[in-house]
Design a protein around this ligand. Structure first.
Ligand SMILES: Cc1cc2nc3c(=O)[nH]c(=O)nc-3n(C[C@H](O)[C@H](O)[C@H](O)COP(=O)(O)OP(=O)(O)OC[C@H]3O[C@@H](n4cnc5c(N)ncnc54)[C@H](O)[C@@H]3O)c2cc1C
Length: 292
């Protein structure tokens, strides 16, 4: 029998920014008012936003399209809200232009993160993405490990809230890497969740540029997420599920490295996947999302 193609419910929606929440110096949560239509999304899904719709960006968009000889694609943003919550929200971190390092100035994230006021209207397209808990997850494992860096925590934050609020029995451990405590998105919210759901949720912060991280909270480690750190939170690599999300080698990094005749330098995601493979995690138990 022929399988019916899966019909995705992707649609455009005009939304209004109801609230802008300060998370860190370069990151804001945009809470959207979406009207009365029911929103069909899963925790871990993303929506997309086309830069062409913002009049304030029109000259930038045209100029970058001219320089790159191609249309600027819509940018993807994971929901930081979860389906049980009343409002839809995304959390955007401003990308920086690093002269001599990044080829072009980032287009959309600076205005979404730093220049969007309540009342702003925009068109979003959603919702989709494979970074979601399998429906039968509870028959496969009772412990999910999330390994995230920077804004890579956004979809896992939604998944963890969704799982805890919906009464699933799963336990979640989040290993979350940032440069500093000030940069750590959702730090307070994660600590509150850990207190509320002590038997089911644990967060471990890894800070790469703090000399004395213990002053901020318990469960803070110094340095990068290493194989040794991951090993401490693995119950059973053949049964545990992993969600890993953060910066990775982009197609642009690959192109630049190829032109120079070198291998691209592994970033957060590549190092974590390497460590997980060495710890014995089968690839089909690891969901990954790349923000690089
Ligand atoms: C599934 C998914 C979910 C995501 N969720 C989130 C989220 O929840 N929060 C969040 O903050 N981000 C998220 N992102 C990242 C987001 O989509 C954007 O990539 C990010 O905001 C940067 O967009 P930008 O327009 O500001 O930068 P861009 O204009 O896309 O530039 C980003 C970098 O790419 C380089 N670049 C761009 N074009 C070229 C080119 N043609 N050649 C060489 N280099 C180029 C630029 O120099 C710059 O360094 C997600 C990404 C994905 C794929």
């Amino acid at each position: 029998m022929n399988e019916q193609p899966v019909r995705r419910k992707i649609k455009e929606l005009e939304v209004m920014v109801a609230e802008v929440i300060y998370e860190t110096p370069d990151t804001r949560t945009l809470v959207f008012f979406t009207g009365n239509d029911p929103l069909e999304y899963k925790a871990g899904h993303f929506l997309t936003i086309a830069p062409q719709q913002f009049p304030a960006l029109e000259r930038w968009t045209s100029y970058l399209e001219y320089l790159k000889s191609k249309k600027e694609p819509p940018r993807a943003y994971s929901m930081s809200s979860c389906p049980q919550e009343k409002y839809l929200a995304i959390t955007v971190k401003e990308e920086r232009y690093l002269p001599g390092v990044t080829p072009f100035p980032p287009l959309l994230s600076p205005i979404l993160a730093l220049r969007t006021a309540p009342g702003t209207r925009m068109v979003i397209t959603g919702f989709t993405g494979p970074y979601t808990l399998p429906d039968d997850i509870e028959s496969k494992t009772d412990h999910v490990l999330h390994v995230c860096a920077g804004s890579g925590v956004v979809p896992s934050y939604s998944i963890i809230k969704d799982s805890l609020l919906s009464g699933r029995k799963l336990r979640h451990t989040l290993i979350y890497s940032n440069k500093s405590w000030e940069d750590t998105i959702f730090a307070k919210q994660l600590l509150v969740l850990q207190k509320q759901y002590a038997a089911q949720f644990r967060v471990v912060f890894c800070l790469t540029r703090e000399t004395n991280p213990a002053v901020f909270s318990e469960n803070i480690l110094s340095g990068r997420v290493s194989k040794e750190i991951l090993k401490q939170y693995v119950d059973d690599a053949s049964h545990q599920y992993v969600f890993a999300c953060g910066p990775s080698i982009s197609i642009f990094d690959k192109k630049i490295a190829k032109e120079k005749g070198v291998e691209p330098t592994p970033r957060f995601l590549e190092s974590v996947l390497q460590s997980l493979a060495e710890l014995g995690f089968p690839a089909d138990r690891i969901k990954r999302e790349s923000y690089g």
